[in-house]
Design a protein around this ligand. Structure first.
Ligand code: PMP
Length: 355
């Protein structure tokens, strides 16, 4: 608390990111990063870009990157907006598209940055409870609203909605922007990008942090009609006119162009996810049906906070949330098969020690 702070600073409850430990030799399954390094073509492109041109400002419109993204998704270039990670793209969307008189709607159990942005930008919002199976029921969104944001698949549950449901939401709310946050879509869910040309109220947000293994490069983007992209651009240009640095632009292009690497890597992660889901099921865990690069699991009679700390003592970190409805669940990022096996061994050890 400080007398020098603007009043809004006192009202904020900032986002607390997953731990990024400095210790080596930890099995890190807590922040949904990719367990494999990025495409070798990305590394080569980045190395080649480290030269004297770093003295120059980057292209403020990231034209080459936007063109690559547009081509990848089969949309015109004016449908693309890029930013420093999808968190930044989302921030602009909250500020520029989702702040209206009627409340913004999002699930009660979802990405915990959403309420943080609402606090930051003073956005009225209502949370909509997940159903008893921890799914988003779009029937619950049938009410007046100033916008809707949902991750698909949802986080931290991993459960995806199919395209017909997204379409129904869009039809139901023609006068509100529906943001579909597709951070995890490459791990088995259906993308809504094909609906963008048909729905002026749809914005799809993507990241290279998960399936492209580039969390460290900070690249995210949005796909929507030019009217929505123009709002995001106005916000960006009002405080930061360089969306991405030179290296991020180069690395992102190389990543998007290497479709073969993406398909191979996401395939491996999906098969590891299925394997881990089976193993935990055999140990008595309930595991939600995930279409993401993490699973959400609970044990019927073991305390999740205890399990997380017992794993931590065994040098394995997973994510535990204190939110009451999900306090008995663990979110476990999919690692390599060897890392998943170590997790299973660690959990078996903890369960055996306690009868
Ligand atoms: N959306 C969701 C649902 C997420 O889980 C995350 C990662 N924490 C993000 C967006 C942001 O990812 P990034 O800023 O790395 O693109």
């Amino acid at each position: 608390m400080s007398r020098f702070w603007s009043p809004v600073v006192h009202t904020l409850t900032p986002y607390v990111p997953g731990e990024q430990p400095r210790l080596a030799n930890l099995i890190k399954l807590n922040t949904n990063e990719c367990p494999y390094g990025p495409s070798p073509k990305v590394i080569a492109a980045l190395k080649a870009a480290v030269d004297d041109t770093l003295r120059l400002y980057p292209d403020p419109t990231a034209q080459a990157l936007c063109a690559t993204i547009a081509q990848d998704h089969g949309v015109p270039t004016d449908h693309v907006f890029v930013g420093n990670g999808s968190d930044e793209v989302l921030a602009h969307a909250f500020q520029g598209l989702l702040n209206h008189e009627n409340p913004l709607l999002f699930p009660d159990i979802t990405y915990s940055f959403y309420p943080v942005y609402c606090g930051l930008y003073g956005i009225r919002h209502e949370t909509v409870p997940l159903d008893e199976a921890m799914r988003i029921d779009i029937a619950d969104y049938r009410r007046p609203c100033g916008g809707i944001i949902i991750p698909n698949p949802n986080a931290p549950t991993g459960i995806a909605l199919d395209l017909s449901r997204i379409r129904a939401l869009l039809d139901e709310h023609p006068d509100a922007v529906v943001v579909v946050d597709e951070a995890y879509v490459d791990f088995g869910a259906q993308t809504a990008i094909s609906l963008v040309t048909q729905y002026p109220n749809l914005l799809v947000v993507r990241t290279l942090s998960k399936s492209s293994a580039l969390a460290g490069l900070r690249v995210g983007y949005a796909i929507g009609q030019p009217d929505l992209v123009a709002a995001l651009t106005r916000i960006k240009d009002s405080f930061n006119s360089y969306p991405l640095d030179r290296l991020a632009q180069v690395g992102a292009i190389a990543a998007i162009e290497d479709r073969e690497w993406l398909a191979k890597t996401t395939g491996k992660i999906i098969s590891s996810r299925n394997r881990l889901t089976d193993s935990l099921g055999k140990m008595g865990f309930e595991v939600l049906p995930s279409q993401a690069n993490f699973i959400f699991a609970r044990h019927p009679d073991r305390d999740a906070a205890y399990l997380a700390s017992a794993l931590r003592e065994r040098a394995i970190i997973v994510r535990h949330f204190r939110t009451p409805r999900i306090a008995q669940w663990l979110r476990i990022s999919i690692g390599t098969d060897a890392e998943c096996d170590a997790l299973v061994t660690g959990l078996a050890d903890v369960l055996a020690q306690n009868g």
